[in-house]
Design a protein around this ligand. Structure first.
Ligand code: HSE
Length: 441
């Protein structure tokens, strides 16, 4: 049948906030081109939002607005449900009901998929419906498409991404202005860059949700958010950012998924990156992901990781995919997590103690003979090799100074042991500040 004569595909939208509003507007603005691409018109016919007045304003009275999302997921005339509610409470129930009712689902909900993806994809597979989630990782960047389709020839070695705009904005400001975390966070909130409750962003949880989803697609393992190592940026000091810069590095909150002989590293933490790498220069609220595949080498994806129309761009790409593929035999569609569901590997996600990385260590030491020798001996005892060192002259009248050491790669458990021993030295004051370092070669 010609595209122009096929019936429009009918979409129900759950939540018309920032992303939902963008989706509605972009769909309307570009409807003709989208129809020509999808082969059928895509029409939002029903919107559910608790704020029905705002929903009516956005939609201009052209679609039915309800305040009960359950009406949409149980309406037999709806083909695709877009879930933009977020979280894994009511959103989970609605997605599962939509699937049970035979509807395809588009979602931007990374928390939901990182935690309950296995259950959701199994239910969708049983029902023969699609669950698409491009918007869940890095907003407008088509990273899911790249990983799941564009790079299928490759054995993917590692992924490293700046996948949280809020924290990248804060880190950029800290470096630019030499300010501490708390000060910049307050400014970011005042400017609307950070949520009133920014916990998920600043503690690394949001990035870990996204890294978890990418790890599953890259390595053909189930989503396992509970096994991810998660460390945010709340303890980073402007001092460390400055020292890192003097040594030729930038500090970024990276989401890393890496295949090693014994398993998969899945981790989010502040990371030193050589300042010469492209990804080290991604500033402000932008996102970027480097994917390293054995055939293609390193590839970099850059763009807006959040916001109304950038995220809508990803949501609508999923709508078009579903519209194109809805009539295809489910077994011959692109698999939810890239690998066929009966071909999932049981490669373990490694505990953090088994992860291999390099370190930046900063300590406050007594400025007297033998201190440096003691510290380096403890590192040598743990078989940790030193890559670079920086010692500042003690300030006028001070008896202590900062000692900064960059190490070569070692296992986290060896670093833990060496750091504990260094902190026990009477000549070392307080805690060692430790930030992981990746060359991303
Ligand atoms: N809160 C996220 C960020 C955007 O700051 O990047 C949505 O994933």
């Amino acid at each position: 049948m010609k595209a122009s004569v096929m019936k429009p595909i009918r979409v129900g939208l759950l939540g018309i906030g920032t992303v939902g509003g963008g989706t509605f507007n972009v769909l309307r603005r570009n409807q003709e081109e989208i129809r020509r691409r999808a082969g059928r018109a895509i029409e939002v016919v029903m919107v559910a939002d608790l704020d029905t007045e705002r929903a009516k304003q956005i939609t201009g009275g052209s679609v039915e607005v309800v305040n009960d999302a359950r009406r949409i997921v149980s309406d037999p005339s709806i083909d695709i449900v877009i879930e933009l509610i977020g979280g894994d409470g009511i959103a989970r129930e609605l997605v599962m009901t939509a699937i049970a009712n035979g509807k395809h689902v588009v979602t931007a909900n990374k928390a939901l998929l990182a935690k309950h993806g296995t259950e959701i994809f199994r239910a969708a597979e049983d029902k023969g419906v699609m669950v698409a989630f491009e918007a869940a990782v890095a907003g407008g960047i088509p990273i899911i498409k790249a990983l799941r389709e564009g790079l299928t020839a490759n054995r993917i070695q590692w992924i490293a991404g700046i996948i949280n705009g809020t924290t990248n904005f804060i880190l950029s400001e800290m470096r630019d202005k030499g300010l501490d975390f708390d000060v910049v966070l307050k400014r970011a909130q005042a400017l609307g860059y950070a949520e009133a409750d920014p916990t998920f962003d600043i503690e690394g949880v949001d990035a870990a949700h996204k890294a978890t989803i990418m790890s599953a697609i890259a390595f053909g393992v189930p989503v396992q958010f509970d096994k991810a190592y998660v460390e945010g940026i709340t303890k980073l000091s402007a001092t460390d950012i400055r020292y890192a810069e003097q040594l030729g590095y930038r500090i970024k909150l990276l989401g890393i998924a890496r295949r090693v002989a014994s398993g998969i590293e899945l981790r989010v933490h502040p990371t030193l990156i050589p300042a010469t790498r492209l990804i080290a220069n991604v500033e402000g609220a932008m996102n970027a992901v480097v994917v390293n595949g054995d055939a293609v080498g390193a590839t970099l994806y850059y763009g807006k990781g959040a916001g109304s129309e950038p995220t809508a761009s990803a949501v609508i790409a999923d709508l078009v995919d579903i519209t194109r593929l809805a009539t295809a035999d489910p077994e011959h569609r692109v698999p939810y997590l890239a690998f066929q569901s009966n071909e999932m590997a049981d490669t373990p996600i490694l505990p953090m103690s088994e992860v291999t990385t390099s370190y930046y260590l900063r300590m406050r030491v007594a400025d007297k003979p033998g201190v440096l020798a003691d510290v380096t001996r403890l590192l040598a005892d743990a078989s940790i090799s030193i890559d670079a060192m920086l010692q500042k002259e003690a300030g006028e009248g001070e008896t202590q100074t900062d000692l900064i050491i960059l190490t070569h790669e070692t296992k986290e458990k060896h670093a833990d042991a060496a750091i504990a021993a260094i902190e026990a030295l009477p000549t070392v004051a307080g805690k060692v500040s430790r930030i992981r370092l990746e060359q991303l070669k």
